[in-house]
Design a protein around this ligand. Structure first.
Ligand code: WQD
Length: 346
């Protein structure tokens, strides 16, 4: 029986594929490569010394998706594929609603048709919206404030109604806090298109000299040093959390939601200091105005995942910065760097 991963070539997806293969699962990847690179999957194979099937299709292509389900004995689907840039979603809401919602509806319909009712869904802490009482629990009221977050919130509701209509479904909804870091090998990592909007990849590109300095978005928040506080979770810890959730959905029905974070918050300046230590590089920064839509403090209460999934994040901020810097050094331009070929051939 195989596990189908949508968006398997992406940042979270590629790290998840490594953990699934290392855990002995048969893997099928579906990815349209609109925001990922086939090279990432070649590296997954190199890292695990295992092969797997990849289909380069859009989830909107129902016929092609049906052919995959008809051909392979799929036991569960881990659904990561989707557009995920907050600022872009504000500029292009229709594209976000159309893509993220419709692709999920097509996927669920095909799963239903082929009797595949085990799903792990990639959601986001963005569904919680503006500052709430921290730490944030799964019971914290939702209130996404951007189209990207709203697509995640709507899909969570749809999955809840799907389970309500047919209790033979088994669904785990995973709300990611801030995924960061890279596989310790430096072979796979975050490869943002264009100038990164997220802090960690931006920091990393300043350290390597690709960007001149970091703009710190506000230092007048009610936090330890006035800068925004977030829950940064190592992408490998996040990937392992998916395996634990998938093992739960394979063994029982129901719908369950989990925060996947570390339960600790770090400020922007604390992250800058940790990254300078890990990279031994100076990170010039300037303080600018707050970024609209940002919240002051956001970090998770992770007791539910610890208890029900027997999972917790093991990698701390120093390892996160070390692994991020290792990936950045080895891949100055992400997956298209020539130097990568030397690594692969070595
Ligand atoms: C972190 C902190 C910024 C960049 C976003 C999405 C969320 C999820 C994770 C998908 C904040 C500050 C940032 C910079 C800065 N993605 N910052 N200068 O906004 O917490 O979450 O990514 O699921 O949906 O909203 O992450 O990395 O953008 O910001 O000062 O150049 O760093 O103000 O305090 P965020 P981020």
């Amino acid at each position: 029986m195989a596990i189908l991963v949508t968006g398997g070539a992406g940042y979270i997806g590629s790290h998840l594929c490594v953990e699934l293969l290392n855990a002995g699962y048969e893997l099928i990847v579906v990815d349209n490569f609109s925001n990922s690179h086939p090279e990432a999957l070649k590296r997954v194979s190199k890292l695990t010394e295992k092969s797997f099937v990849t289909y380069s299709i859009s989830l909107l292509d129902e016929q092609k998706l049906k052919q995959i389900f008809a051909k392979h004995p799929i036991e569960a689907v881990i659904h990561l594929a989707g557009l995920k840039a907050v600022e872009e979603s504000v500029k292009e809401p229709l594209m976000y609603y159309q893509h993220n919602l419709t692709s999920t509806f097509v996927l669920c319909n095909v799963m239903k048709q082929y009797g595949v009712k085990n799903m792990v869904f990639s959601s986001s802490a963005t569904v919680y919206g503006k500052s709430k009482q921290v730490p944030i629990t799964e019971k914290t009221p939702l209130g996404a404030i951007n189209p990207y977050g709203k697509t995640k919130e709507i899909i969570e509701q749809v999955l809840g109604d799907l389970y309500g209509s047919d209790a033979s479904w088994s669904i785990a909804i995973l709300r990611y806090f801030n995924p960061v870091g890279a596989h310790e090998s430096g072979l796979i990592g975050e490869d943002p298109r264009g100038i990164p909007s997220n802090l960690m990849p931006y920091l990393s590109q300043v350290a390597i000299g690709e960007l001149s300095h970091l703009n710190v978005y506000g230092n007048d928040y009610p936090t330890v040093d006035g800068t925004g506080v977030r829950d940064y979770i190592h992408v490998v810890d996040l990937a392992i959390g998916h395996i634990k959730a998938m093992e739960k959905v394979r063994n029982q029905t129901g719908i369950h939601t989990y925060n996947l974070g570390t339960g600790k918050g770090y400020s922007v300046l604390e992250l800058v200091a940790a990254f300078q230590l890990a990279s031994k590089k100076n990170i010039p920064f300037r303080t600018t105005n707050r970024r609209s839509g940002d919240t002051a403090i956001c970090f998770a209460d992770v007791t539910k995942a610890e208890k029900e999934l027997n999972w917790s994040a093991l990698r701390g901020i120093d390892e996160i910065c070390k692994d991020t810097w290792n990936w950045q050094k080895l891949n100055p331009n992400g997956y298209t760097t020539q130097s990568v070929q030397k690594i692969i051939l070595s």
